[in-house]
Design a protein around this ligand. Structure first.
Ligand code: SAM
Length: 299
């Protein structure tokens, strides 16, 4: 029985299982998506609290197990199974997602949930501790990173509880944490690919200035390619002496960090002199907008 292939660490502590379900604040009318129900320790607690559970499970033996568990109970007809890889599945409508997540799909799982339309109300998810802390990291903190910037642009994320290894069978190698993600509704009008494209550049070296990050191999070429596409689409002629670096450097030097209300006298630095570690989500948006107005795109 290979538990590693599917990341099968069954949550055995009933208090933790109930705590996770309670955090979802389910309504009797909710449709809940559960990713990786396993033997159904969460499923049997979700079912009585909602209208319907759609369970996405990759391992047919586990799918059979969870179905067997509700067989002949009033909950049986409220459970629908989608067999196969969650990441590739076409998802039906659901309000809330709950999952003791297989850790190998943590990142794609989060982004798949954020791109779901209509926007879901919330997701309560178990992750590897390190991943959970990165998701929740505040701008400027030690764990602030591209993942946090991307996710926090589209959702509020909170750390809900720590879960030690001993609560699982077999125990995983790492500690775990539960987080709650509440997507912003309506979602901000920022194209994910653009925002992530900028973040890819500025978070490539957390402790170098954004100007230095833009000097990394391939960035100038990417900017130039996208600039030419943008010009073609907006029927603009590309200057003969077009120099992508001059354009990048100009945006980075002339776009200033907005004045903070408290220290108005402070000299406002340009974004080019800031490090990714110092930039907030709002700063990243300002910088992206400044680039976009000048025809610099990241996707
Ligand atoms: N939720 C159960 C519990 O709390 O006891 C088991 C959780 S176990 C960590 C992860 C579960 O996700 C396993 O049942 C595994 O078969 C399933 N799984 C792994 N990868 C998956 C994927 N890509 N799509 C859907 N299910 C997956």
């Amino acid at each position: 029985f290979n538990t590693d292939r599917f990341g099968q660490h069954i949550l055995t502590n009933p208090l933790v299982a109930q705590g996770i379900v309670d955090k979802a604040e389910l309504k009797p009318t909710d449709v809940v998506l559960e990713v990786g129900p396993g033997t159904g320790n969460l499923t049997v607690r979700i079912l009585p609290a909602c209208r319907k559970v759609i369970a996405s499970e990759m391992d047919p033996r586990m799918a059979a197990e969870v179905q067997k568990r509700v067989l002949g109970t009033p909950q049986q007809k409220k459970l629908e199974l989608i067999l196969g890889d969650f990441i590739k599945a076409d998802l039906p409508y659901f309000d809330v997602c709950i999952s003791n997540t297989p850790y190998q799909i943590s990142s794609p799982l989060v982004f798949k949930l954020l791109s779901q339309r209509p926007v879901i109300r919330c997701a309560v998810l178990m992750f590897q501790r390190e991943f959970a802390l990165r998701l929740c990291a505040a701008p400027g903190s030690k764990m602030w990173c591209r993942l946090a910037a991307n996710v926090q642009m589209y959702a509020r994320v909170e750390h809900v509880m720590k879960v030690g290894k001993g609560n699982f069978r077999p125990p995983p190698q790492v500690e775990s944490s539960v987080v709650r993600i509440k997507p912003l509704d309506p979602p901000p009008a920022v194209r994910f690919e653009e925002f992530d494209g900028l973040n890819r550049v500025v978070f490539s070296r957390m402790h170098k200035t954004t100007r230095a990050c833009f000097k990394a191999r391939g960035v100038k070429e990417m900017v130039e390619k996208n600039y030419r596409t943008w010009c073609a689409m907006s029927e603009k002629i590309v200057e003969d002496d077009f120099d992508p670096w001059a354009l990048i450097d100009d945006v980075l030097s002339t776009t200033l960090v907005p004045a903070k209300t408290l220290d108005e006298d402070e000299i406002r630095p340009a974004y080019g002199d800031m490090r990714a570690a110092q930039l907030s989500g709002n700063d990243l948006l300002e910088l992206l907008a400044a680039f976009n107005t000048r025809g610099v795109h990241f996707a």
